[in-house]
Design a protein around this ligand. Structure first.
Ligand code: ARG
Length: 484
């Protein structure tokens, strides 16, 4: 009986197993890195006398042609191959014959995939650094132009004390600067070459690992071959750093969504970055900000998946590790898209400065300063706190604000109030008196802006292939200039 369907069943199962096992569907993305790694490998093999110069040249020519044909579209990376490494090797052997079979000398797919993934990730770290640098430039422009733009600062989403838009944006500058520094930091740690680790225990061929590492632009070879093939720490570090970027973007998005609401109307998102409703004609929705906030969970998920996949693995390589790719690619792509779109949205965001200032005037954001005023007149702070509390209550009943009360009304509550009170609690002086390092006062803000400019000036714009940062040019920048 079994034989009646056994053959067929076995075949189907085999196909399923094959499909389940294959990674070509997603590791095709590593094609260029696979070629690049193989080029360096054969150069080293020939230098060490393991391959002849002729064999090396034949292999290199074959690899170059495969690259040209795939890039040009005349050669397809077929689904019939198990993974990208098998594709390249099979194609090479089909083209150049015997010499092609020698490409894999002294190498295992374990160190090969470790190398490909590291080369790929290294580039994505650099790409993310660029996106962050662009975002920092936009944030900086808004800071420079809004040192005198007043707005309420919040705690518990309740109006607390007046700040400036420059100050608020400055907080995000700090977050994204730390994100960029985290990337630079992990780059330094990951930039070592695993090629030559073999399957797990090195090889018996006299490989020159320093040489391949150097050819591929690494700091040097990795130290331990077991670790080389089973280390995915750099991916986890990168995804953790990306999760942090997303968390920062998401917080910023949340604020923009609130500021863009009809209740706040602090900002207006550009039409190009908003969408409408199919039923409610009046709607202009902050979809991009919401999507970035939503996609944050997805990047966290990628990180969790990777951490969980790694937690039970004995040394050295295990097939589980093939699962690193889809999660890592997804986190890299998602964060890159979010950074690019968010930066565009921010660059075109319009501020309703009058409305922000009005909001800072109302809501008793000067209550602390009013209490401090009485302290200046010799009232103990605890008593001053109580007096201003009563004053606030009085204002709420009268539907007015502290600085709109007459001196008579003020004196009715406490006789220490004088004419100079109005100046002391004006929005301008509430902000300008805040001069401690890191505070929103103009002198402190100028210091902060100078430090931010110094940081941006120190970035390697040429190396990133980006337009260089200059402070002068930033002042002219359109970012955040618009008013209502
Ligand atoms: N596709 C595999 C991966 O991504 C390549 C390494 C295969 N190694 C092996 N021993 N089966 O991990």
């Amino acid at each position: 009986m079994a034989q009646l369907w056994g053959g067929r069943f076995t075949k189907e199962t085999e196909q399923q197993v094959y499909d389940f096992n294959a990674s070509i569907g997603f590791d095709r993305r590593l094609f260029h890195q696979d070629i690049e790694g193989s080029m360096a490998h054969v150069a080293m093999l020939a230098k060490q006398g393991i391959l002849t110069g002729e064999e090396r040249d034949a292999i290199r020519k074959g690899l170059e042609e495969i690259r040209r044909d795939v890039d040009g579209g005349s050669l397809e990376i077929g689904e019939q191959y198990e993974d990208i490494h098998s594709f390249v090797e099979a194609e090479l052997t089909a083209r150049i014959g015997e010499a092609g079979k020698k490409l894999h000398t002294g190498r295992s797919r374990n160190d090969q995939v470790a190398l490909d993934m590291r080369l790929y990730t290294r580039q994505r770290v650099k790409d993310t650094e660029k996106l962050l640098a662009e975002l920092l430039k936009v944030i900086f422009s808004t800071m420079v132009q809004n040192v005198g733009t007043y707005m309420p600062g919040f705690t518990h989403l309740q109006k607390a004390q007046p700040i400036t838009l420059a100050h608020h944006y400055g907080a995000y500058f700090e977050m994204f600067r730390r994100d960029l520094q985290r990337l630079e930091d992990l780059y330094g740690r990951m930039n070592y070459c695993p090629l030559g680790a073999g399957a797990l225990a090195g090889t018996t061929y006299p490989l020159d690992r320093e040489y391949t590492a150097q050819l591929l632009g690494f700091q040097g070879p990795t130290l331990n071959s077991m670790d080389s093939v089973s280390d995915r720490d750099y991916l986890i570090e990168f995804l953790a750093a990306l999760s942090m970027v997303m968390m920062h973007l998401s917080r910023f998005c949340e604020e923009i969504i609130i500021w863009n609401s009809d209740e706040y109307r602090f900002v207006e998102i550009d039409d190009a970055y908003s969408t409408g409703s199919s039923i409610m004609p009046q709607k202009k929705n902050p979809d991009i900000a919401e999507l970035v906030r939503g996609k944050t969970g997805r990047v966290y998920g990628d990180l969790m998946g990777l951490l969980t996949m790694m937690k039970g693995l004995p040394l050295a390589y295990n097939k589980d590790m093939q699962e690193d790719k889809e999660a890592a690619f997804d986190a890299m792509d998602t964060t890159a898209d979010c950074l690019a779109l968010f930066t565009g949205m921010l660059r075109t965001l319009k501020f309703r400065k009058q409305r922000m200032e009005e909001s800072a005037r109302n809501g008793f954001t000067n209550a602390t300063d009013a209490a401090d005023y009485l302290v200046g007149k010799g009232v103990p702070f605890r008593d001053a706190h109580g007096i201003i509390g009563r004053l606030v209550l009085y204002c709420i009943e009268k539907n007015t604000s502290i600085d709109r009360l007459s001196l008579e009304e003020l004196k009715g509550i406490c006789d220490r109030f004088e004419e100079d009170f109005y100046e002391a609690v004006s929005l301008k002086s509430c902000v300008e008196k805040r001069l401690t390092t890191g505070a929103p006062g103009p002198a402190a803000m100028e210091e902060e802006i100078r430090a931010c400019a110094g940081y941006l000036e120190g970035l390697d714009w040429d190396g990133m292939g980006l337009e260089r940062f200059t402070w002068e040019e930033r002042k002219k920048d359109q970012g955040g200039k618009e008013d209502e």
